[in-house]
Design a protein around this ligand. Structure first.
Ligand code: G
Ligand code: G
Ligand code: MN
Ligand code: NA
Length: 254
């Protein structure tokens, strides 16, 4: 498979990039962080989105190597934001299931933070709920260590998977990210309203911040704000930005 052979070389050839999509804080209306989104600048095919190569990455056994690259590049960028005087802006890195297995992820994260001299509270790790629910004994140990270091953990695509809520009792998280499916047209769809209100209440009850993903329209933003959602992300505020463009965006919203 051609793309797989190319992907094996992508890290060494410096073809991977991180783009950054801002998180907006409801209280201050400021940028308080960004999700790092992986892109592959292929020499022939141009910029390739993660949906097109992450499955290949996982099948080809490259998830750990590329995951390490991503964590490292994201922390380096967050340190650069701090150096440029952007206060309290976190970077959120997506993890794949593989990175939690047999895991010395806590040690990897610790070393990466040290290497870049980045405070742990500037790093957030995003997991889908299916990933979070895999092996709760190992995950409890791992998340406990990461959170004790000061790293935050988010549940991505919340509500879109098949998992039960029982992992919310076993594991501690810092943020729930409401899946875009429930955010789209929330201002005019009763079923989405019931679901978003429930997730916001759940977050409140558990003491976990709630972020709405995929906000595209001002009416969606207004509805979610009015109903107590804490954080926002989506095209309404900004598309994912190239690394070089992010600091200016964050500064302009201050
Ligand atoms: O960037 P885009 O908007 O196309 O993201 C598509 C999907 O790829 C999302 O589900 C996102 O979580 C995932 N994704 C983006 N970057 C990474 C990454 O660095 N690692 C992993 N595992 N998934 C990522
Ligand atoms: O699955 P995850 O949430 O990690 O991935 C985020 C994905 O959602 C990225 O592919 C990103 O480009 C996309 N995205 C972010 N904001 C919006 C939005 O407002 N609308 C749409 N359609 N997609 C979005
Ligand atoms: Mn994500
Ligand atoms: Na998501």
């Amino acid at each position: 498979f051609l793309l797989e052979q190319d992907l094996r070389q992508a890290v060494a050839r410096n073809e991977l990039e991180l783009w950054f999509q801002p998180f907006i804080d409801a209280t201050t209306a400021r940028t308080c962080g960004a999700e790092a989104l992986l892109r592959w600048r292929h020499p022939q095919h141009g910029l390739i989105a993660p949906n097109q190569f992450i499955p290949i990455m996982e099948i080809a056994g490259l998830a750990d190597e590329i995951g390490l690259w991503t964590l490292n590049a994201g922390c380096r960028e967050a340190r650069e934001w701090a150096r440029q005087g952007l206060g309290a802006v976190k970077v959120a890195i997506n993890l794949s299931a593989h990175q939690l297995e047999g895991s010395d992820l806590d040690r990897i994260v610790e070393r990466t933070l040290q290497r870049h001299d980045l405070p742990a509270h500037c790093l957030e790790l995003e997991l889908t709920e299916t990933v979070a629910a895999v092996d709760s004994v190992e995950a409890t140990r791992l998340f406990g260590k990461l959170r004790a270091m000061g790293v935050s953990i988010s549940i991505d695509d919340f509500g879109a998977g098949y998992s039960s809520l029982s992992y919310l009792k076993k594991l501690k998280f810092d943020k729930l990210k409401i899946d875009r499916e429930f955010v789209t047209d929330v201002d005019r769809q009763g079923d989405s309203q019931a679901i978003c209100q429930s997730i916001i209440a759940l977050g409140r009850g558990l003491g976990i911040a709630v972020l709405a993903e995929g906000v595209e329209r001002p009416e969606e933003y207004a509805w979610l704000r009015r109903h107590g959602c804490d954080l926002f992300q989506g095209f309404y505020f900004s598309r994912p930005l190239e690394a070089a463009a992010f600091p200016a965006f964050a500064r302009d919203r201050e």
